[in-house]
Design a binder for this molecule. Structure first.
Ligand code: IPE
Ligand code: IPE
Ligand code: MG
Length: 243
């Protein structure tokens, strides 16, 4: 089999695409005898802080896991609170994203959220679509297995319609059919709060990402923590199967 070229085997280049599983809001609140929503509110502050810091640090794409397709299993009241915070975030952050030239993208089954949120997301993406970047990607009602199944279905439909030859479906074609198809490869995946699992996040994209699990709870994750994560990343040697 022909060897694939080894991308950036040197390793010391800064990550272009960083993703974060923002976990630990509930535990942050519990430690303070506060309701879980208080942790989520502080979590939104961390999103503001970290998206700014990522821009300062020159990260091209920051992908944040905000609500998983499994998070519907939480009590109705918590889901309602989370959706409320999302509305608030979109309304309060949009002007800054526009003025900073940030391109906002949303991935996941966000079109299945409530109609007012769908309209807000569409408006926000449209307002920032022509911005030069960096890109802020928010994963909402996102599940990687559904993303993969959706991509397979879309390709199957195209093949049935005679638009593509099934023999042409290779890794690149499959990747292009994912929500993240036009984004640079995922370099670094961070999960806060000490849990060490993917929770159905970016399964395909994580194939050669570096993983970093930190004990810090998401509301406590700050600029220094992000800089430390990038420093850790810089010490890794990425080999991509080569030497
Ligand atoms: C992450 O914090 C936020 C979301 C999943 C929306 P959690 O709410 O999962 O916090 P813990 O894991 O209960 O501490
Ligand atoms: C993953 O966190 C989802 C988000 C951060 C949005 P969870 O807290 O929902 O994950 P599990 O349930 O511990 O796997
Ligand atoms: Mg959690």
């Amino acid at each position: 089999m022909a060897a694939k070229p080894v991308p950036e085997a040197e390793g010391a280049t800064p990550p272009r695409h960083v993703a974060i599983i923002m976990d630990g809001n509930g535990r942050w609140a519990k430690k303070r005898f506060l309701p879980r929503i208080a942790g989520h509110k502080q979590g939104v502050e961390a999103v503001r802080r970290i998206s700014r810091a990522a821009r300062t640090l020159g990260i091209e794409v920051l992908t944040l896991y905000a609500f998983s397709s499994e998070n519907w299993r939480r009590p109705e009241e918590e889901v309602r609170d989370l959706m409320g915070l999302l509305r608030h975030f979109l309304a309060s952050e949009l002007d800054e994203l526009v003025s900073e030239g940030v391109k906002l993208r949303v991935i996941g089954a966000w079109r299945k959220l409530s109609p007012d949120l769908v309209a807000m997301i569409e408006g926000a993406m449209a307002r920032t679509a022509n911005n030069p970047g960096p890109t802020l990607v928010i994963a909402l009602n996102y599940g990687a297995q559904a993303e993969l199944a959706d991509a397979a279905r879309a390709l199957a439909e195209k093949a049935r319609a005679g638009e593509i030859d099934p023999a042409s479906i290779d890794e690149a074609a499959f990747e292009a059919a994912l929500d993240t198809g036009d984004l640079p490869p995922l370099d670094l995946l961070i999960r806060t709060s000490g849990e060490q699992r993917l929770s159905n996040f970016l399964l395909w994209q994580a194939a050669y990402a570096e993983f970093l699990f930190v004990d810090t709870l998401w509301p406590d994750f700050d600029e220094k923590a992000l800089a430390a994560a990038l420093d850790q990343y810089g010490r890794r040697q990425r080999r991509f199967g080569g030497l």
